[in-house]
Design a protein around this ligand. Structure first.
Ligand code: IVH
Length: 674
């Protein structure tokens, strides 16, 4: 056996080395060694610690990842409240704020610190005796959630600080997901068919509020520290600027763009330059925070309600541009809805050329009073499709035309109707070619029959050449027909045919979904497949039998029966059957309720779920054989904890019921499905 003192020495050498490289990589963004060299160091430490667990310390770099799930978040009382900021939207408002502060300070002059306002979520990190002791969310400003276990996984948050730091202090900062990390995370989620995050802020907030920190650890989160909450036992610098430099020297990551100015006009110029470069920043920023530099003067200024008088958020303008609305085009969707969209004179908005924008429906166009030929303001927000904010009425000419939805379908000429309870106009022709093409595209899609190599373009080409009129025709294609298409070589034609052949054996739920019955999404398709043994049986289902299923209401029941009444749809199903597509459950699919993966498990959901409405979550539980209840009792197997959980959380804690975060719950559902 090796000498323990020797091992201890080795471990004590490895830790600062890893911390140092960690700091170079995550805080300074300037690593000195390669990732694999870094991994080797960590591996070596991990091995030693595994062999000699008595040498593990809480601030060891190995202690960042994958702590076991905690039962639930505890509450942290903030010693000093976390305030919010007042906003300014123009230089005039910024100058007015500055003047008010100067007046209150009887004309004493002060410097200003400008910092990007990071769009993430506020956290407070408390260090006691040089170790990270608590990390908490802002909560209501006075009480936040204890998310220490998750914050420990963020590499740019130091787990320990140098000896010269005060014995007790709290730093505050913004945890965020860099733009690149956000994009990657959503790409991965799309692959796993998980719902996408709307923006980096939601993604960051969702990531740190996990019960299982190994999920947080997989998200590329980062932090910018922006202030000191409080400190005890040592004097600290007396200006905000110096505090920030001091925090940096203690190992915290501060924003590299932070700047110090004398006058409000200089701050205004700084703002302009940031507005211009904002798109190129690797993180989302929604404004510039301006702070009075001397801490003594900050104290004198104090707060009004929940906002300090010594700081203000000068918000960036929305990313907008102006251009001409050349025309309004219409797409006809799979369900026959007429979707209007704006055709624009191409315009550059925040570095991206935009020539189309979303126009949701006729009512929306009229409410905003948008006319064809108008100059319009287009807006981009994050990664979403550009939108039209409204017309520039002062530039309107007499030629501007009020838009109205056509009374005939632009694709097939059939009559267009607008059902009273719906926002969209609809083409009444079930055989409308545009609808037909959209339905074929849906049929081959990943979540449906998942026909590899048959994408949107190929569907369109086949459809335009009249080689297919509906999805069932795909199963009758010949190699010769495929070879007649542009850029289709022998090998690819064989591959396409093989893919189509392979799709004949998809599970019943997928076939039901692929048929494209209005309102029947993937989850409902699963539910139907659990309860009906074949498409034939489903086609014969009565309103009554459908309504007896959990979460199926009259709207869906109507839509299902109407679908199977249509001659065209029955014909397609017949063609599918003749081609050999399996339209019933395989033996293995005929599982008895007691054999379903969640059988005998009882779930209670509390709080707001981020990814799906509670009704859908409950439907999923039932589909997989579980029970969804509203009361926590001794029989409850799991409590799913969403945002702002209610009293059920306390009840569950009291009874010692196992809790799941939404992500853990999703994971469980996904596992169960396989
Ligand atoms: S200072 C008393 N500085 O903005 C003011 N806040 O609207 C304390 N934020 O909750 C905040 N970047 O989460 C400050 N450089 C920055 C910031 C920043 C983002 C967030 C913070 C705060 C919110 C206030």
């Amino acid at each position: 056996m090796k000498d323990i003192a020797e091992i201890k020495q080795k471990v004590e050498k490895l830790r600062p080395a890893i911390n140092y490289h960690n700091y170079r990589y995550y805080v300074l963004d300037s690593p000195e060694i390669s990732d694999s060299e870094y991994d080797e160091l960590v591996q070596e430490l991990k091995q030693l610690e595994a062999e000699y667990p008595e040498l593990v310390t809480p601030d060891s770099p190995t202690q960042r990842v994958g702590a076991p799930p905690v039962e639930a978040f505890g509450v942290v009382e903030h010693l000093q409240p976390l305030l919010s900021l007042a906003n300014a939207f123009s230089h005039k408002e910024l100058a007015a704020w500055h003047k008010r502060a100067s007046n209150l300070l009887a004309g004493r002059s002060f410097d200003l610190v400008c910092e990007p306002k990071i769009d993430g979520l506020a956290v407070a990190l408390t260090y006691i005796d040089n170790l990270l002791s608590t990390g908490a969310t802002r909560g209501d400003g006075y009480r936040g959630e204890n998310i220490t276990h998750n914050l420990r996984t963020i590499r740019s948050i130091p787990l320990s600080v140098p000896k010269e730091a005060p014995p007790r202090f709290e730093v505050r900062g913004e945890v965020y997901l860099p733009k690149a990390g956000f994009k990657k995370l959503n790409e991965e989620r799309a692959k796993e068919r998980l719902p996408l995050f709307a923006n980096p802020r939601n993604a960051a907030a969702g990531s740190v509020r996990q019960l299982d920190s190994s999920i947080t650890a997989r998200r590329p989160l980062d932090i910018f520290v922006y202030g000191l909450g409080w400190a005890e036992g040592k004097t600290v610098p007396d200006t905000h600027w110096e505090i920030m430099q001091w925090l940096k020297s203690l190992g915290f990551k501060i924003n590299p763009d932070i700047a110090l100015y004398h006058t409000v006009d200089e701050a205004g110029r700084c703002y302009q330059s940031w507005v211009e470069k904002r798109e190129s920043l690797p993180y989302e920023a929604d404004g510039m925070v301006v702070k009075v530099n001397p801490i003594a003067l900050q104290r004198e200024l104090g707060n009004v309600a929940h906002e300090p008088r010594w700081a203000i958020a000068y918000k960036f303008p929305a990313i907008q541009g102006t251009t001409r609305l050349v025309d309004i085009g219409i797409n006809v969707g799979r369900t026959g809805s007429l979707n209007p969209y704006a055709i624009l004179e191409p315009v550059r908005v925040g570095g991206v050329v935009i020539s189309q924008a979303a126009l949701h429906n006729e009512e929306d166009i009229h409410r905003k009073d948008i006319r064809i030929g108008d100059w319009v303001i287009v807006q981009r927000a994050g990664e979403v499709i550009p939108e039209i904010v409204g017309p520039v009425k002062s530039r309107r000419t007499r030629e501007a035309e009020v838009f109205s939805m056509p009374s005939r379908c632009p694709v097939c000429g059939a009559e267009v109707i607008k059902p009273e309870d719906e926002a969209m106009h609809k083409c009444t022709n079930a055989a409308c070619p545009s609808q037909a093409l959209e339905r074929i595209k849906h049929f081959v899609d990943r979540g449906a029959m998942d026909i590899d190599r048959v994408g949107e373009k190929l569907c369109q080409a086949l459809f335009e050449k009249s080689l297919i009129k509906d999805a069932a025709d795909l199963y009758y294609l010949t190699k010769e027909q495929l070879l007649g298409l542009d850029k289709m070589a022998d090998k690819s034609a064989s591959n396409v045919l093989n893919s189509i052949e392979a799709s004949k054996d998809r599970p019943l739920a997928r076939v039901i979904f692929a048929l494209g019955i209005l309102h029947v999404g993937e989850e409902y398709a699963e539910l139907l497949a659990e309860n009906f043994a074949s498409i034939n049986e489903l086609a014969r289902a009565t309103q009554e039998s459908l309504l007896s299923l959990p979460s199926i209401g009259p709207k869906i029941a109507d839509s299902i029966t109407a679908f199977f009444k249509q001659e065209g749809n029955r014909h397609i199903i017949e063609k599918l059957r003749k081609a050999g597509v399996r339209l019933e459950k395989k033996k293995a699919e005929e599982v008895k309720p007691a054999e379903l993966p969640l059988a005998k498990l009882e779930f209670v959901i509390t709080g707001k779920l981020e990814f799906f409405p509670r009704s859908e979550a409950e439907a999923r539980i039932k589909t997989l054989g579980g029970k969804a209840s509203s009361d926590v009792t001794k029989k409850t197997s799991y409590v799913v904890v969403g945002a702002d959980p209610g009293s059920k959380l306390a009840k569950a804690q009291q009874l010692g019921i196992k809790m799941l975060s939404e992500a853990e719950f999703l994971h469980m559902l996904n596992q169960a499905k396989q």
